[in-house]
Each structure stands twice: as structure tokens, then as C-alpha cells.
Design a protein around this ligand. Structure first.
Ligand SMILES: NC(=O)c1ccc[n+]([C@@H]2O[C@H](COP(=O)([O-])OP(=O)(O)OC[C@H]3O[C@@H](n4cnc5c(N)ncnc54)[C@H](O)[C@@H]3O)[C@@H](O)[C@H]2O)c1
Ligand SMILES: CC(C)(O)[C@@H](O)C(=O)O
Ligand SMILES: [Mg+2]
Ligand SMILES: [Mg+2]
Length: 347
């Protein structure tokens, strides 16, 4: 493994140089990889693996998503099955239902987990919170995870563009003595660039924190706060949206992604730099207590409990849709829709 220095701490990272696609294909040459669930990660991972040359089948219950799988080229009776049939045929079971749905299907999955099969997750959730989920794998199967650090949609898009998304990986149980190799081979197969080693607990704890924090929850909160202040002071919706979101996503974040925050700052005016350098610490200090509260809520499993309870309700999809519509229909994101339409490349 490559030893990489991350700001002073040396960590092990698996690279494609040491574990090329050919080695991954050879490692899994006798396996039938059954991707169970075709929501967000299911399509990204299964299509990438199929195009990388692995032996992949999909298990999905009938409905809209099953039809999407057919449209993506999965053939009913050959590579696309009802979940139970795919579970029987698969030797590596990729459990890619939503975390709450995994609880309901667990007894069915557990029943097919005979010695020699492997159980694969893309999150540490089910196993870490086993007291809540009941997901306790039998001791004679390999259990591991590859968690792409991004949306399954991005995993697929980047793969199609010939790029990759990095992933975390972890082995929970090594019954065969070869679980680590199988896990890394799966990571390469689904289209990961580099693979960072972790464990199930750390993966789920950091992931739940990140998505509730800066990646999704905090960012919307900060956008909303600034937008509301600008609007309350007489700025137009387009001006408030441009100064809050559009410039960030279109101009400044690509510079951060390319070469870090100081690089982005250096490409702005000295006036902007002076202000940003003066204000980032007050923002850090104001939000840090909320991040501490969030981390604690993840650690005490309160967030897991909320996720399971809310997402296990029969009408959870409809309720989520109502909340998403509230965001979409807010003035800020309506202004956003209009601003997006005015991006020069859209004309
Ligand atoms: N969404 C992402 O991009 C992402 C990123 C990293 C990790 N993950 C993890 O990957 C796993 C899958 O997440 P996802 O977001 O792709 O899932 P999802 O919410 O999109 O759901 C996946 C599938 O579950 C099926 N399903 C839901 N309830 C069911 C039930 N009761 N019985 C049978 N099937 C049911 C749906 O039909 C769908 O095909 C989770 O562990 C998640 O935490 C997701
Ligand atoms: C894409 C994310 C936010 O990284 C993932 O963790 C998820 O749960 O969807
Ligand atoms: Mg997550
Ligand atoms: Mg994540």
C-alpha cells in the first residue's frame, strides 16, 4: 500500500498501480456479484462493474426502478431478477437497499448467506447499529464495505468520463482469509480511483456527520441565512442568489477543488481576501458548537434512530418529497432555477 502524508499524518492508501483492474478481475473471476437494489448506488456500481468486465447481476423488486434497470440494459431472467432469485444466484451479495429497507430484507438475505458467500455494503450503518437493525452476519461469511465518497450518480458520471471517485473500504469479517483482497477488488470494480482504509464504525460516524454537516445540511443552512439577510435588506432575488450560491458553484468551488482554499482566495481581489480572512474564524466559532452537537447526536446513535424510524414508515417517500418540494419551491431555489437557465452555455 502507498504511504501518503496527509498534512503530517501518514496513512495507507490502495492505488490502482498496486491493484490494477486485471488483478481485481482475477480476484473475482469465480464470483457472481449480485447488486441488490437499484436506487442511487445500485445503478452506478453495477453499470461500472459490468463495463469493467465483472460478472454482475441485479436484484430489484418490480416497479419503476426495475423498468429503469431494463432500460439500462439488464436483461430479465439473464442479468436482472427479483431480489430473492438474485440472492440465490449471487456469491457476493451487494446490499444496496436504503439503510432502513435493509432491516426489512435482512432475514431474507441472511437465509442465503451460506459459507463461501460474501456480504458487501456501501455503508457501515447496518452492522454498526446492529442492536437497532438486527443485522448480524453469520460468522462464516466475509463481510466488507466499499463506500464511494459521493453520490452514485457522480460515481457513474465520472466513470463514463474516464475519471473516478475515491472510496473508503473496510473489512468487518474475514472468514475466507481473502476478504481484504475481495473488498479491494470490488472497490476497483465499482470505479474507485484510490481506496482509503477505515472500519465500519468510523465510516458510518464520519459519513453521517459529513452529510448532515458541510456536505448537505450545513451548506443549505448557511445559504439560507445569507440569502435571507440580503433579501431583508432590499437586494433582489437574483442578486441574493448570485452572491450566495451561483458564484460559489460556478466560479469559486472549482478553484477550491483544483488547488485549495488559499488558491481560490488568491484568485479574488485583495478586498475580498481581506474580508474572507477576517470573517472565516467568526463563522467557524459560531458553527462549531452546532457541529459538536451533531457529532454527539451521531455518536449516541440518535441520528441512526431517527433515520430508521422515519425512513421505515410506509409513506416515507411521499413525506420526503414534500420536504424536498418545500426546498425546491422556496424563493431562493426558484431564483436558482431561473439563474441556472441563464447560464451562457444553456443557450
Ligand atoms: N445514495 C448514494 O449516493 C450513497 C452514497 C454512498 C453510500 N450509500 C449507501 O448505499 C446504500 C444504498 O443507498 P441508495 O441511496 O443507493 O439507496 P436508495 O434509497 O436509492 O434505495 C435503493 C433501493 O432500495 C429499494 N427498496 C427500498 N425499500 C425496499 C423494500 N422494502 N424492499 C425491497 N427493496 C426496497 C428501492 O427500490 C431502491 O431500488 C445505503 O447503505 C447508503 O447509505 C449511498
Ligand atoms: C452521497 C453521500 C452524502 O456521501 C452519501 O453518504 C449518502 O448517504 O448519500
Ligand atoms: Mg451517507
Ligand atoms: Mg457519504
Amino acid at each position: 500500500m502507498a504511504q501518503i502524508n496527509f498534512g503530517g499524518t501518514v496513512e495507507n492508501v490502495v492505488t490502482r498501480e498496486e491493484f490494477p483492474l486485471e488483478k481485481a478481475l482475477d480476484t473475482l473471476k469465480n464470483e457472481t456479484i449480485a447488486v441488490i437494489g437499484y436506487g442511487v448506488q445500485g445503478p452506478g456500481q453495477s453499470l461500472n462493474m459490468r463495463e469493467n468486465g465483472f460478472n454482475v447481476i441485479v436484484g430489484q423488486r418490480k416497479g419503476k426502478t426495475y423498468d429503469k434497470a431494463v432500460a439500462d440494459g439488464w436483461v430479465p431472467g439473464e442479468t436482472l431478477f427479483e431480489i430473492e432469485e438474485a440472492l440465490e444466484k449471487g456469491t457476493i451479495i451487494c446490499f444496496l437497499l436504503s439503510d432502513a429497507a435493509q432491516i426489512e430484507l435482512w432475514p431474507t438475505v441472511k437465509a442465503v448467506l451460506k459459507p463461501g458467500k460474501s456480504l458487501y455494503f456501501s455503508h457501515g450503518f447496518g452492522v454498526t447499529y446492529k442492536e437497532k437493525t438486527g443485522i448480524v452476519p453469520p460468522p462464516d461469511v466475509d463481510v466488507f464495505l466499499v463506500a464511494p465518497k459521493g453520490s452514485g450518480t457522480s460515481l457513474r458520471r465520472l466513470f463514463v468520463e474516464g475519471k473516478g471517485l475515491n472510496s473508503s473500504f473496510a473489512v468487518y469479517q474475514d472468514a475466507s482469509g481473502n476478504a481484504r483482497n475481495k473488498c479491494i477488488a470490488m472497490g476497483i470494480g465499482v470505479g474507485s480511483g484510490y481506496l482509503f482504509e477505515t472500519d465500519f464504525y468510523k465510516e458510518v460516524t464520519s459519513d453521517l456527520t459529513g452529510e448532515r454537516g458541510t456536505l448537505m445540511g450545513a451548506i443549505q443552512g448557511i445559504f439560507a441565512a445569507q440569502y435571507e439577510v440580503l433579501r431583508a435588506n432590499g437586494h433582489s432575488p437574483s442578486e441574493a442568489f448570485n452572491e450566495t450560491v451561483e458564484e460559489l458553484t460556478q466560479s469559486l468551488m472549482p478553484l477550491v477543488a483544483e488547488n485549495g482554499m488559499d488558491w481560490m482566495y488568491a484568485n479574488c481581489s485583495t478586498t475580498a481576501q481581506r474580508g474572507a480572512l477576517d470573517w472565516w474564524k467568526p463563522f467557524r466559532d459560531a458553527t462549531k458548537p452546532v457541529f459538536e452537537q451533531l457529532y454527539n447526536s451521531v455518536k449516541t446513535q440518535e441520528q441512526a434512530e431517527i433515520s430508521i424510524t422515519r425512513n421505515s414508515q410506509p409513506d416515507y417517500r411521499e413525506k420526503l418529497e414534500v420536504e424536498l418540494a418545500e426546498l425546491r419551491e422556496s424563493e431562493m431555489w426558484q431564483a436558482g432555477a431561473a439563474v441556472r437557465n441563464l447560464r451562457p452555455e444553456r443557450n
